[in-house]
Write a new protein. Structure first.
Ligand SMILES: *[C@@H]1O[C@H](CO)[C@@H](O)[C@H](O)[C@H]1NC(C)=O
Ligand SMILES: *[C@@H]1O[C@H](CO)[C@@H](O)[C@H](O)[C@H]1NC(C)=O
Ligand SMILES: *[C@@H]1O[C@H](CO)[C@@H](O)[C@H](O)[C@H]1NC(C)=O
Ligand SMILES: *[C@@H]1O[C@H](CO)[C@@H](O)[C@H](O)[C@H]1NC(C)=O
Ligand SMILES: *[C@@H]1O[C@H](CO)[C@@H](O)[C@H](O)[C@H]1NC(C)=O
Length: 347
């Protein structure tokens, strides 16, 4: 009997070897779409995603699928289980009004915390609005955000003392740390943010995050620029690394220098590297192929909104069926294990 059990155990290990320690070199990252803000003069649908975020992720060796924010709960959960991480992009969302968007944010947050607590490594990254969302979700209130005068503002970072032991920066080459510290290469474009005072008055924030960098806005008020969760692979950044390579509005202060591009590429590499530690897999190639961003074409919108390329999604005329299929829910591995079990015990 003991022999049979240990044989079974080795077979189980063998079958699951790829799940135990493998690096996933084909990560797929979900980027959350947003409702189209009223300030946009073009509307080719009801959801959008700036192509700069897609290219930023692709440049580091991952594929992207859009997470359409107004999908039903089952479709969302079905996607979360199969992707390797989520990026919350910058943008302009009115939290008072977009209740469906806020519901989806809440589901993402609950999912990220729950699976990471259970040892399922699942990274989350928020840029600009994404940082504001992550801190509000953790504090359970949007009241932690305050006004800042930090639009069109490209500056160097002020690092905290523990920044260089952090997950994001401990392996960062010294030339990149050097230029982040002294060159005005981090492009800020936000009118909200998290102040260090608010941060230190919310235990839910200071017990959860480490602050790695901060800045003064144009009026001299301090905001947090970079933070990471102490325990989980959750990262939040207030500036726009993707702009150095992919955003060219001539009236923006974005820095396109070699050093700015290196620093941006480092951030993309770091996050995609994190998602390589996630072993989620698509159950079904057909569903993967029809979910990938390649199914959509970005539109050249520079003339209208001073953003080069935008993906639009019209959820009222597209088949956003999530392809959930009961046969795929019962994994092939489970079948193999049960089959071997039956052979060993009932031969
Ligand atoms: C979205 O698709 C519906 C149905 O085809 C169409 O009536 C509507 O005009 C489209 N909306 C936009 C903004 O393109
Ligand atoms: C979807 O999930 C949200 C958040 O968990 C919940 O508030 C909402 O009632 C759910 N909607 C449906 C239709 O089940
Ligand atoms: C860095 O911190 C110093 C001291 O608080 C402040 O005067 C300076 O403006 C900050 N630099 C930037 C770029 O935010
Ligand atoms: C943005 O900042 C740059 C550099 O400071 C400046 O030249 C440009 O006029 C600003 N753009 C706007 C729209 O204010
Ligand atoms: C990416 O992961 C590899 C393998 O784990 C590691 O050697 C490398 O330092 C990581 N790079 C970054 C930028 O995190």
């Amino acid at each position: 009997m003991i022999k049979q059990f240990s044989l079974l155990f080795y077979i189980y290990l063998f079958i699951n070897f790829d799940l135990i320690n493998a690096i996933n070199n084909t990560p797929i990252i979900g980027i959350l779409t947003q409702p189209i803000p009223s300030s946009f003069s073009v509307k080719y649908g009801d959801n959008y995603l700036m192509a700069s975020y897609v290219k930023y992720i692709e440049s580091a060796g991952a594929r992207v699928i859009p997470i359409i924010y107004n999908q039903d709960n089952e479709s969302l959960k079905n996607i979360f289980k199969q992707i390797n991480g989520i990026l919350l992009p910058g943008g302009d969302v009115d939290f008072e009004k977009e209740t469906l968007y806020v519901k989806t944010l809440g589901m993402i947050w609950d999912y990220v915390l729950e699976v990471n607590k259970n040892g399922d490594y699942f990274p989350l990254w928020g840029t600009c609005l994404g940082l504001e969302e992550i801190v509000s979700l953790q504090a359970e209130t949007f009241d932690v955000l305050t006004d800042f005068n930090a639009e069109n503002y490209s500056i160097p970072l002020n690092f905290t003392n523990n920044a260089f032991e952090s997950k994001i920066l401990k392996d960062c080459p010294s030339n990149i740390i050097q230029s982040l510290s002294f060159d005005p290469i981090t492009m800020n474009n936000h009118h909200f943010g998290l102040s260090p005072n608010t941060f230190s008055s919310y235990p839910s924030l200071y017990q959860f995050f480490d602050v790695l960098a901060f800045n003064n806005d144009k009026s001299g008020n301090e905001f947090i620029s970079l933070m990471e969760s102490k325990e989980f692979p959750i990262y939040a950044i207030i500036w726009h690394p993707e702009k150095s390579q992919y955003s060219w509005y001539y009236e923006d202060a974005t820095d396109h220098s070699f050093n700015a591009v290196l620093a941006s590429q480092y951030m993309a590499n770091f996050f995609v590297n994190e998602t390589r530690k996630s072993n989620h897999k698509f159950n079904d190639n057909e569903f993967l192929f029809k979910s990938l961003i390649y199914n959509y074409n970005p539109i050249y919108t520079f003339k209208d909104v001073h953003v080069e390329q935008i993906y639009f999604f019209n959820t009222s005329n597209r088949d956003l069926n999530n392809g959930l299929n009961i046969n795929q829910l019962i994994s092939k591995k489970l079948f193999v294990i049960i089959f071997i079990f039956i052979i060993i015990f009932f031969k």
